[in-house]
Design a protein around this ligand. Structure first.
Ligand code: 5GP
Ligand code: ZN
Length: 151
């Protein structure tokens, strides 16, 4: 997709809005979140405007993951007390996505940092229920994308 003039991340990547960058590469960029959940909270963002996972090619997803790994290494070294890292990606409003330009949150974790994921209490399914669910999901799987579809 072409840059979206209303998209804040497209503006940042085009240099039309400010951000504090860790790096810019050919396909992805990493900059600090302006409303950090934790100090050092970094966003890895594709340069192309893709709204969510469905539009992400395996190639671009690979670049995002590789960039996220670089950021994670920097956080472990550069953020005092950082002993672990969470990746978080919200795909869709109901999943918490607020900026509809796909991005990976990279979060430096420290002991007692107060960050957590609230999980509802779900009854553990039986083996049969798990198998029935896996069968249903297998029929919903899209075909793997071929390398030729790389962009
Ligand atoms: P989402 O809620 O879509 O998963 O994450 C969007 C993230 O973008 C939020 O954590 C929010 O703080 C961040 N964000 C929103 N506007 C800006 C901005 O103008 N600059 C930067 N650096 N981050 C932003
Ligand atoms: Zn965008």
């Amino acid at each position: 997709m072409p840059p979206n003039p209303d998209c804040i991340f497209c503006k940042i990547i085009a240099g039309r809005a400010e951000a504090s960058f860790l790096f810019r590469e050919a396909k992805v960029a990493a900059f600090l979140d302006v409303f950090p959940w934790l100090p050092g909270h970094t966003l890895v963002v594709p340069r192309r405007h893709v709204t969510g996972l469905a539009e992400l090619t395996p190639d671009l997803g690979g670049h995002m993951l590789a960039a996220g790994r670089r950021v994670a290494a920097a956080l472990r070294l550069g953020i005092p007390g950082c002993e672990g890292v969470n990746f978080f990606l919200a795909d869709g409003a109901v999943a918490g996505q607020t900026v509809f330009h796909c991005h990976l949150h990279v979060l430096p974790r420290a002991a007692a940092d107060g960050f957590g994921i609230r999980r509802p209490a779900v009854r553990p399914p039986s083996r049969e229920e798990l198998e029935a669910q896996a069968t249903r999901l297998r029929t919903s799987l899209p075909a793997p994308r071929r390398a030729a579809a790389r962009r």
